[in-house]
Design a protein around this ligand. Structure first.
Ligand code: ZN
Length: 145
């Protein structure tokens, strides 16, 4: 077996912004749209290499979103997402990391008083919110098109 290299680095250009909705990974996009609809929130950041995010932020590979909107929706989304978060992944977990304004076991997370951050798994199984959204607090139904 060859020796491990002394240094491994991942260039910032490893995951250039994809030509997708908010630069997100394609498999995440329908999930984010469903979350926005359910909690009445909007995307303020998808893919991003802005230095406001953590140095190895999941925003840099299009695997994280920041959501903004009315505080009540942020809190409900934050609490719902925290219940399906685990790192490392375990069965049933959707998110690797969640930050937001809710007073919960780990929050409010510093710097996340006005938005909810959701990170999916970069390594591990592609996960989906759709089963978990069944148990999310329901907004009043709107009339169809
Ligand atoms: Zn974020």
């Amino acid at each position: 077996m060859p020796p491990a290299p002394p240094l491994v680095s991942f260039p910032n250009t490893l995951y250039p912004k994809a030509n997708t909705w908010n630069g997100l990974q394609p498999w995440i996009i329908p999930q984010v749209k469903a979350i926005c609809e359910r909690f009445n929130l909007k995307v303020s950041a998808g893919w991003s290499n802005d230095t406001v995010h953590a140095p190895r932020s999941d925003h840099r590979w299009g695997g994280a979103v920041d959501l903004v909107g009315p505080t009540a929706g942020l809190i409900r989304c934050n609490r719902w997402a925290d219940r399906i978060r685990a790192d490392p992944w375990r069965a049933g977990a959707v998110f690797r990391w969640v930050g937001g304004p809710a007073r919960d076991a780990s929050g409010p997370e510093p710097g996340h008083e006005n938005h909810v951050h959701l990170s999916w798994f970069r390594y591990g199984p592609p996960t989906s919110v759709f089963l978990a959204l069944r148990d999310a607090p329901v907004l009043e139904l709107r009339e169809g098109p």
